[in-house]
Design a protein around this ligand. Structure first.
Ligand code: NAD
Ligand code: TYD
Length: 357
């Protein structure tokens, strides 16, 4: 048996592939276009491992996807590939529509063709697992209950709108064609191999370089943080035992205002890598807010706990400590990521605010 993973050279996908092969021997075919966010180095420990087949290609390439399905005959597709950064979607939404909407449509069509021709037993066992986000639900007020799976879809950014569209396609392919789908909507992940354009790795990388720590607006926006390895274990559970056509919200039960995250990272760095110039909090710099910035996300993860017994293993305190430690111990990975392309992004996003030069 084999699974096909898309986007397995990105942050969550590479953690998923590494954890999958650490916990069982079922091979993985890993289809990834290696955009700026894809990094083969995340998978370096699998070099020469016959259980991992890496394919450099685009999920929008129907011929390629058809060929991979015919050749490897996977029993499941786990679909991570996406453009995933809200700020990039504000600067250039086109790629988000292409990969997140057209790419998901292409995969669904290829999966439908492949699945329809399977014999009865394989057909019943096949799964299409779509990895999505809590951002499709929009923004919560301070006293609102956390998002449940029945919350209305109210996406506010080009990124979340493109993910909402992909969720709707997955739902429709189940209802119309009977494709055996599962969808998970998770909160903000953090952990190893996180590309340093997102908040937590950006803070660590900038602090170590003595650069400003940019806080958008008043820093009181709330996110619900999930350690990436907990997310991966939740996907494994849902893939194994989730009910077909259902969606499951995955969260860490860790709602925190951004400014608290910034201060926590500073305190951990003060402890683990003190800076002679003084406490890292001196680098905190408030910058112009993100347009349309969602104020609060929070996940009600009781359904996945009730039905599948999944709960996160990490608290924010244990997960963030492991994460800071990982970045300190993996400086060559960080230095390789901070390439010319990364610098172009930083100057586009923060350049005229002198927050991160
Ligand atoms: P990421 O940006 O780190 O990685 C995305 C991967 O997809 C990269 O390896 C990239 O090369 C690949 N990719 C992009 N376009 C492709 C294409 N057309 N064909 C093939 N591969 C392509 O993203 P991530 O943070 O690992 O997120 C993975 C999934 O989880 C996404 O679907 C995202 O929407 C979802 N998600 C992420 C978070 C989070 O906090 N990071 C939270 C909720 C949901
Ligand atoms: P991010 O990591 O981009 O994830 P998302 O937008 O998907 O939630 O951002 C997390 C939060 O941190 C979000 O409220 C925006 C904020 N943020 C900053 O304040 N400064 C930054 O430099 C970045 C990248 C994000």
């Amino acid at each position: 048996m084999t699974i096909l993973v898309t986007g397995g050279a990105g942050f969550i996908g590479s953690n998923f592939v590494l954890d999958w092969l650490a916990s069982n021997d079922e091979p993985v075919v890993n289809l990834d276009a290696l955009t700026y966010a894809g990094n083969r180095e995340n998978l370096a420990s699998l070099e020469g491992d016959a259980r991992h087949v890496f394919v450099h290609g685009d999920i929008c390439d129907r011929d390629l996807v058809d060929r991979l399905l015919a050749e490897h005959r996977p029993r499941a597709i786990v679909h991570f590939a996406a453009e995933s950064h809200v700020d990039r979607s504000i600067h250039g939404p086109g790629e988000f529509m292409q990969t997140n909407v057209t790419g998901t449509f292409t995969l669904l069509e290829a999966a439908r063709g492949y699945w329809s021709a399977l014999e009865t037993g394989e057909k019943a066992a096949f799964r299409f697992h779509h990895v999505s986000t809590d951002e499709v639900y929009g923004s919560l007020g301070p006293d609102d209950a956390p998002f449940t799976e029945t919350h209305a879809y109210e996406p506010n950014s080009p990124y979340s709108a493109s993910k909402a569209a992909s969720d709707h396609l997955v739902r429709a392919w189940h209802h119309t064609y009977g494709l055996p789908v599962l969808t998970t909507n998770c909160s903000n992940n953090y952990g190893p191999y996180h590309f340093p354009e997102k908040l937590i790795p950006l803070l660590i990388v900038n602090a170590l370089a003595g650069k400003p720590l940019p806080v958008y607006g008043d820093g009181r926006q709330i996110r619900d943080w999930l350690y990436v390895k907990d997310h991966c274990s939740a996907i494994r559970e849902v893939l194994a035992r989730g009910r077909l056509g259902e969606t499951y919200n995955i969260g860490g039960w860790n709602e925190k205002p951004n400014i608290d995250i910034v201060k926590t990272v500073c305190a951990l760095l003060d402890e683990m890598r003190p800076d002679a110039a003084g406490p890292y909090e001196r680098l905190i710099t408030y910058v112009t807010d993100r347009p349309g910035h969602d104020r609060r996300y929070a996940i009600d993860a009781r359904k996945v706990e009730r039905e599948l017994g999944w709960r996160p293993a990490e608290t924010f305190e244990t997960g963030i400590r492991k994460t800071v430690r990982w970045y300190l111990d993996n400086q060559p990975w960080v230095q390789n990521v901070l390439s010319g392309g990364y610098r172009d992004w930083v100057s586009k996003q923060y350049g005229n605010q002198d927050a991160c030069a």
